[in-house]
Design a protein around this ligand. Sequence first.
Ligand code: ATP
Length: 335
Amino acid sequence: MANDREVTLIPGDGIGPEVTEAAVSIVEATGVSIQWERVEAGSDVFQKYGSAMPEGVLNSIRRTRVALKGPIGTPIGDGFKSPNVALRQSLELYACVRPVASIPGVPSRYEDVDLVIVRENTEGLYSGLEHRVAPGVVESLKIVTEAASLRIARYAFELARRERRSRITAVHKANIMKLSDGLFLECARRVAVDYSEIAFEEIIIDNCAMQLVSDPRRFDVLLLDNLYGDILSDLCAGLVGGLGVVPGSNIGEDCAVFEAVHGSAPDIAGKRLANPCALILSASQMLRYLGEDAAANRIESAVRETLADTRHHTRDLGGSATLDDITTSVRDKLG
Ligand code: ATP
């Protein structure tokens, strides 16, 4: 067992505090010793300090190098830069990784989906460069660099090699955005040459969306830019039971932040109806990153065992269990 290690904990907004508390209790139940450094980010903090992602939070992660994060909402409109985008850009968390796998017992259209989304996390249309050109006309800049495109493609191929996955699908709209998506695609092709054992294919985003819905089993690793990755992550979550069961991570050279795909779900916040499995599974990804594979495996089995029994299903899965029912069951099944 490793020595105590420090991890930054960001409870976040809405259902964030409830689901992070559940995930922390499960990590603690595995016996892995972690000292949590709890820091505040989100809309309450924005009211107090004028920033939803204060420098102190970023500094904590720079120091501990690992964070478990609850969701933080981003209101639409002026004056509130997305704290999630700020976090990923400030810490250069360039790879957003979301494994999407069917879970036996969880109602979904398909039973054997098993794919990984690898999304470029620092540029594209999320660069935040927008301005009004004239009344009634705005311009939003999509930034694509060779360096970031090569870096994310390399990450996807290395992940495929490590996880013994056999195919990378680069998703694009280079037929319309010939320069920006064209560069992203060209970089993926260049990297693919170094991985002859992994098949490489290219697909236009709209066709990809249709094929994901009609035959998701044909996909293995999806390599996408920031916007396409964001949208298809939610689509893929819908293929395996929804936002309550899909984990995620944001990986950089120096640090990593683990968080669920879902948002702050203000409609159910505080009611203890949220499904904590997505964040519990994100915490298990974190343990894997920390080299605690045995604990991660135990958590994943306990979640699978719990969800196999519909009595533990929360409202998002069509059941009536509470956050506490599901958390207790996962804890009991840790073994
Ligand atoms: P945000 O602005 O933070 O993205 P949102 O409400 O627009 O919030 P989500 O938070 O992702 O988006 O929620 C979308 C829907 O999915 C909501 O109806 C919410 O209740 C539901 N939902 C999201 N996460 C969970 C969860 N963990 N458990 C149960 N339901 C969830």
